[in-house]
Design a protein around this ligand. Structure first.
Ligand code: IMO
Ligand code: MG
Length: 423
């Protein structure tokens, strides 16, 4: 059985925890898009691990993790992650980690450009500053550097030179910056290439071969549906297809091979960075949820914006994502609330909208329509069976299920591995 796990909101839905749990029963876990902008947190025996590029299953020895061709790989960040695990006693071997030969490489100028472009924009995106957008842009404009290029010094040197010839003009004339010298970058990246070479292979062949041997594969999405480059709240999005459609182009596995799609959904909503957020709380309520839910970005440390659960958003994500099951994450964060609101639609210019509008002014000015439900005001952390949940918690879950139209299979009630209810 091959499963894809995706985020249904603006990222940070708890995909890391869900994948860590599901990966126990799969052979191969594949990241298919994004880069070190992701921050997937896994907590095991009170030890906290945050993964940016490595698939979250890396903690399970004997399982294979793949960084697919759709990922933009920052070799420096990746090696730091591998070295960081080594310090904690976890060795990442080439048997365990495979990196796509045709994945694109994040270069120092991508990170700098990410920052400079943000600075110049009037309407800032609030990127993670990891060079993600500029790296994907180079891929599409066909001047990107891929893993395979890094492994061939002659090709790498020529491509780097070509890139810098154009980019340095841009750095100097548009941003008044010095630009980059080829040699130090060449030396630095040749060092990364030496270390990463044993991990690099044709991962599309590897994963398809695994599937034909009846091994099970889990595709690990990063970010969420509303950060998707096509379907998200553009331009306040990331630069890849975060939806399940990204699996095919980002890993080389046909859609017919995906048997099940599970979406991670937070029991409320959060967003990091700029962009419209219809159900965003007022400052006071935001503080309550942010503190209880520890809502700070795991990549940049930024405080996350918080709001009520928005069923319009998640229903749209379910439509374009073909979700089979939902996993409701962080339900315990709502434990103390007297009442809980759910957004069921939007009011705009006197009309009731049942679907997410694309017009920027509409998204910014619409008013969410809420339904209020009584809270359960009981700690859920110790509960392990659905039937034992307080009736108000079950009512909330069942109402979410009804509004989104997808079965809720998992309910997470804490951050540890075992703090999850399977229905
Ligand atoms: P995980 O996988 C939350 C957001 C950034 C910014 C926008 C574009 O942990 O859910 P980028 O650096 O990608 O160009 O930034 O996307 N963003 C995320 N927000 N979780 C993430 O990943 C994110 N990755 C990017 O905050 O608004
Ligand atoms: Mg994140």
């Amino acid at each position: 059985m091959n499963i894809a796990v995706v985020g249904a909101q603006w990222g940070d839905e708890g995909k890391g925890k869900l994948i860590d749990i599901l990966s126990k029963d799969v052979d191969v876990t594949v990241r298919y898009q994004g880069g070190s902008n992701a921050g997937h947190t896994v907590i095991v025996d009170q030890a906290r691990y945050v993964f940016h590029l490595l698939p979250s299953a890396i903690l399970r020895s004997g399982k294979v993790c793949v960084i697919g061709n759709g990922v933009v790989v920052d070799p420096k960040a990746l090696l730091e992650e591998i070295d960081g695990l080594k310090v904690r006693g976890i060795k990442v071997t080439p048997q365990q980690l495979k990196i796509a030969v045709n994945s694109h490489v994040v270069m120092p100028y991508h990170r700098v450009l990410d920052g400079l472009r943000e600075k110049m924009r009037e309407h800032k995106i609030g990127t993670t500053g990891r060079g993600i957008g500029p790296c994907y842009a180079d891929k599409v404009t066909r001047c990107g550097i891929r893993m395979v290029d890094l492994l061939n010094p002659r090709v790498f040197a020529a491509k780097l030179k070509d890139n810098l010839r154009e980019k340095n003009e841009y750095f100097k004339k548009v941003f008044g910056q010095h630009g980059f010298q080829a040699d130090p970058i060449y030396q630095e990246y040749m060092g990364y290439a030496r270390r990463l070479k044993p991990y690099v292979c044709d991962t599309a062949l590897y994963v398809n071969e695994a599937i034909s041997q009846k091994k099970s594969v889990l595709f690990e999405g990063a970010q969420g549906a509303f950060l998707d480059i096509d379907f998200g709240t553009y331009p306040f999005v990331t630069s890849s297809n975060t939806i399940v459609g990204g699996v095919t182009s980002g890993s080389g596995v046909a859609p017919t091979k995906i048997d099940k799609i599970i979406a991670a959904v937070k029991a409320y909503t959060t967003r990091v960075g700029e962009g419209p957020f219809p159900t965003e709380f007022d400052k006071k309520m935001e503080e309550v949820i942010r503190t209880k839910g520890k809502e700070f970005g795991s990549t940049t440390g930024r405080a996350r914006r918080c709001g009520w659960f928005d069923s319009v958003l998640v229903r749209y994500a379910a439509t374009i994502g073909g979700f089979d099951e939902l996993a409701i994450m962080k339900l315990d964060v709502l434990d103390e609330l007297e009442t809980i609101s759910l957004c069921t639609g939007y009011k705009y210019k006197g009309k009731l909208l049942k679907d997410f509008p694309h017009d920027y002014e509409a998204i910014c000015n619409l008013k969410p329509v809420y339904e209020e439900m009584p809270g359960w005001q009981t700690p859920l952390g110790q509960i392990r069976s659905y039937k034992k949940l307080p009736v108000n918690a079950r009512r909330y879950i069942e109402r979410m299920q009804e509004l989104v139209g997808v079965t809720i299979k998992y309910v997470s009630i804490g951050s540890e591995r075992d703090e999850i209810i399977v229905r």
